[in-house]
Design a protein around this ligand. Structure first.
Ligand code: UD1
Ligand code: CA
Length: 454
């Protein structure tokens, strides 16, 4: 049996932020959410989050995650003091306690399984995750004997110059047999450079304590400042892009592309440079996205082409072509085989199959059927300053260039609208609507004018 405790009470002074450190976002998810995710496969019987600095804010942000218990550490006197807060809550508990720092977001689930397994197999009092870092600056240094049993953990600030040479560091991830930890926790002292109660002191007071090295040290990087946050993002991106490339996605110039982990891509998708795919986006097989696209929370069907465009909260069906320079937002839905051209904005607009909006248009709150042709510069006037109004357009209808559709308005099937019309009334099926002033020709007007000016 294992209980998980996550340390999330600290302020994160080095972030220089009003937002608590553990709530800082890394690729769309907070640091602490990522930590929780890394222990999910262990099926912990309880997940306890120790909160303190801006406790209410942290709690509110984490409320959507189910099964968490929040324990308040009202003053932050160190990581050991944080774990002391668990004493009244875990009385009589006989299993293991897994402790994770809330600011170590890149842990792999396999690593956590491996740590727990080693701990339980060897019947250790504690097992800690360690790594050899090229630059161990800032981390606690771990000193072991020849059998890999931990003798001492010394915080960077408490290290002598000789101790600082040790590159083996404490990841801040520990597995304890609770009954052993419970005995020593009340007796921690704050005799150190930071005048804090260190959890690392409790580690060396139980016995035996084994160290488990992670192979890939990037996993255990802690986030203390914005530089480390940016580094972590790069590592995360590298992982995500490698995974998709191995699964059959082509990424041209990966360093200029970003993909959230929540995104799903099918084989033979091609992502061109300067493309960013975010949120719950799905892109189906054979689609070609980029260069220069931002796609967020959207569904892109198979064999779709999107170039230099921004698409949010929208859906594009198979075989459609979008861009360059299109903006789809607010639940736009584009049918199969459509063409959405340059400088077109679609907001909360649904288009049937084989419908074209090829140039310079704004359609808002519009439903159009299939095989519709929206002429260049067609604009829906959907907002009267207070309310938004709908526009309906039937199948096979064409609007001429520079048509204004003043909503609410309905155009039937097989309708033609003459170029330059301002449509304020509904148009029945099978009709031509002309709504513009008649052209006047004044023959010889120019030469007359010139003469009168002489
Ligand atoms: C800690 C370890 C260090 C390790 C490093 C790994 C100690 C004493 N040191 O140092 O050996 O190398 O992590 O990243 O544990 N927190 C609380 N309450 C507090 C203080 C901190 O909940 O009173 C939380 C913080 O929110 C954070 C975590 O504990 O999530 C670690 O605290 P931090 O101050 O970042 O510890 P480090 O100095 O990084
Ligand atoms: Ca830290």
């Amino acid at each position: 049996m294992v209980v998980v405790a996550i340390l999330a009470a600290g302020r994160g002074t080095r972030m220089k932020s009003n937002l608590p450190k553990v709530l800082h976002s890394l690729g769309g998810r907070s640091l602490v959410e990522r930590v929780i995710h890394s222990v999910e496969p262990l099926s912990p019987s309880r997940k306890m989050v120790i909160i303190g600095y801006q406790a209410e804010e942290v709690k509110t942000a984490m409320e959507p995650i189910s099964g968490l218990e929040f324990i308040e550490q009202t003053v932050q006197l160190g990581t050991g003091h944080a774990i002391q807060q668990l004493l009244p809550h875990l009385q009589g508990y006989e299993g293991d306690l897994l402790v994770l720092n809330g600011d170590v977001p890149l842990l792999r689930q396999e690593t956590m399984k491996n740590l727990l397994h080693t701990h339980q197999e060897n019947k250790n009092a504690a097992t800690i995750l360690t790594a050899c870092l090229p630059d161990p600056q800032g981390y606690g240094r771990v000193f072991c004997n020849a059998e890999n049993f931990v003798q001492q953990i010394v915080e960077h600030k408490d290290c002598t110059d000789a101790q600082k040479q040790n590159r083996r560091i404490n990841a801040g991830i520990y597995c304890f047999r609770w009954q052993n930890l419970e005995q020593v926790l009340p007796y921690l002292e704050a005799n150190n450079a930071q005048k804090e109660y260190y959890l690392t002191d409790a580690v060396t007071q139980v016995n035996p304590v084994m160290a488990v090295d992670v192979e890939d040290y990037q996993e255990i990087l802690g986030i203390n400042d914005r530089l480390q946050l940016a580094d972590a993002y790069e590592i995360l991106q590298q992982r995500v892009k490698e995974q998709w490339m191995m699964a059959g996605v082509s990424i041209i110039d990966p360093s200029s592309v970003t993909i959230d982990e929540t995104v799903e891509l099918q084989p033979d998708v091609v992502l061109e440079p300067q493309t960013h795919i975010r949120g719950n986006t799905v892109i189906c097989s054979g689609s070609h996205i980029g260069p220069g696209c931002l796609i967020e929370n959207s569904e892109i069907g198979a064999n779709v082409t999107v170039r230099y465009s921004v698409i949010t909260d929208s859906c594009i069906k198979a075989g459609s072509k979008v861009g360059p320079y299109a903006h789809l937002r607010g639940h736009a839905e584009v049918g199969e085989g459509c063409r959405i051209g340059n400088f077109v904005e679609l907001k909360k607009t649904k288009l049937g199959d084989k419908t074209n909006v090829a140039h310079l248009s704004y359609l808002g709150d519009t439903t159009a059927g299939s095989k519709v042709n929206i002429g260049a510069g067609t604009i829906t006037a959907n907002y009267d300053g207070v309310n938004k109004h709908p526009t309906q357009i039937g199948d096979r209808t064409s609007t001429g260039a520079n048509t204004i559709l003043v909503a609410p308005v309905t155009l039937g099937d097989d309708v033609y609208v003459a170029a330059g019309s301002t449509i304020t009334e509904n148009i029945p099926n099978d009709s031509l609507a002309v709504a513009r002033t008649r052209q006047i020709i004044k023959a010889g007007w120019v030469s007359k004018k010139k003469k009168s000016q002489q």
